[in-house]
Design a protein around this ligand. Structure first.
Ligand code: FMN
Length: 385
């Protein structure tokens, strides 16, 4: 039987991922002053121990005012480097590529943590020590009723924000990460500049809505080594809610490629004006938009990473086999099962001797297999019946 494509290595510039399973960036809202801690270390390490090829740290703010919540990770200061370096080392120690996403929430910054409601920070939050802060966006337009109106930076200030992305990329490299992703999706700052609903500027960052995104890519590439891959997260979302028509996405992707972006992380959801608070949720799936990814991949030749409700390993394998994606990212299913990658390998018939498991576990599982595996298979078949 031929090896599943999902479990073939993926060369990315000078980096070699052991397979094509990535763990999607997932912010944990648990940082203090932007610094990673033991939670982030354990959270990330278990995905690497679970066999993923690349493990991405969630959005790390390039500016303090760009944080989604008080608990966001950051890379706006050199003090953030060493705590994140611990995380990167732990991921690499278990054989995965350590990746990190850079982000800036723009007008969607300054929210409560998810478990506190995820609405804009208010007086009650300030009283318990989590005050709101002034936010920034391409134009002084709030996301919607009840949201703070962001400040509109002048052209010089926009250039400073671009530079903050470059500085954060340098810190990501200093921390030892080997893959970097720019968050260009979900209605956050880069997406806000791209979109006519949120960008009404009259300066060159408004007359050319792609300009900010492209300058961010350039600034990051200047500080991120040639030998390391650069990912870009895009929202292949509903055009009514901040998505772009295919032609515009293709134009943007070509420009990003020429600036050194290697992989398009094909996300969806999180529109330009909507958010799952204040009743503004627009009905839409978070499912991987495989057809659109395939068309962009065919038109531009860029590598695509599929993400969104990928649960069944056979579906993941099909995306690769049909040319819709070069790798897949697993999000919530990895929270459910951090061993998703090694389990997927078994499910696809690629590894029945536990060879991909950490050597500290491997022999015990191999020895137990004649007894345990039939029991597990029978239990699974009963569940499926
Ligand atoms: C707890 C949590 C945190 C997330 N944080 C981020 C983030 O920091 N950056 C980002 O681009 N997406 C973030 N996402 C979205 C995921 O990366 C992923 O795209 C989404 O959950 C859909 O994939 P899934 O169906 O496999 O979960 C987050 C999702 C979850 C559940």
């Amino acid at each position: 039987m031929s090896r599943p494509q999902l479990f073939t290595p993926l060369p990315l510039r000078g980096v070699n991922a052991r397979n094509r399973v990535a763990i999607s960036p997932m912010q944990q809202y648990s940082a203090v002053d932007g610094c990673a801690n033991d939670w982030h270390l354990a959270h990330m390490a278990r995905f690497a121990m679970g066999g993923a090829g690349i493990v991405f740290v969630g959005a790390s703010a390039v500016e303090q005012r760009g944080r989604n919540t008080h608990g966001d990770l950051g890379l706006w200061h050199d003090d953030h480097v060493e705590p994140l370096a611990r995380v990167a080392r732990a991921v690499q120690a278990s054989g995965a590529v350590a990746g990190i996403q850079l982000g800036h929430c723009g007008r969607k910054a300054g929210l409560q943590k998810w478990w506190e409601g995820h609405g804009p920070l208010n007086d009650a939050d300030a009283a318990r020590g989590e005050a709101a802060w002034p936010t920034v966006a391409p134009s002084a337009l709030a996301v919607g009723p009840g949201w703070r109106v962001p400040q509109e930076p002048d052209t010089t200030e926009v250039r400073r924000i671009v530079q903050a992305w470059g500085d954060a990329a340098r810190r990501a490299h200093d921390a030892g990460f080997q893959a970097l992703e720019i968050h260009g999706a979900h209605g956050y700052l880069v997406h806000q500049f791209l979109h006519p609903v949120s960008n009404r500027r009259q300066d060159p960052y408004g007359t050319d809505r792609h300009r900010f995104a492209l300058e961010v890519a350039e600034a990051v590439r200047r500080h991120w080594p040639e030998a390391l891959p650069l990912f870009w997260r895009v929202s292949l979302a509903d055009p009514r809610d901040g998505g772009f028509e295919l032609d515009e996405t293709i134009t943007l992707v070509r420009a990003l490629q020429s600036r050194g972006v290697d992989v398009l992380d094909c996300s969806s959801g999180g529109g330009i004006s909507s958010y799952p608070t204040e009743g503004k949720r627009i009905a839409r799936g978070l499912e991987f938009n495989a057809d659109m990814a395939q068309r962009i991949r065919a038109a531009t030749g860029i590598m695509t990473m599929g993400v969104g409700l990928i649960i069944d390993p056979r579906h993941a394998e099909n995306y690769l086999a049909q040319g819709q994606a070069d790798l897949v990212a697993i999000g919530r299913e990895a929270l459910f099962n951090p061993n998703w990658a090694v389990h997927a390998e078994i499910a696809l018939g690629a590894n029945d001797d536990y060879a991909s498991w950490p050597r500290q576990y491997r022999m015990w599982l191999q020895r137990r297999a004649p007894v345990a595996d039939p029991i597990r298979t029978a239990a699974r078949d009963r569940t499926l019946a």
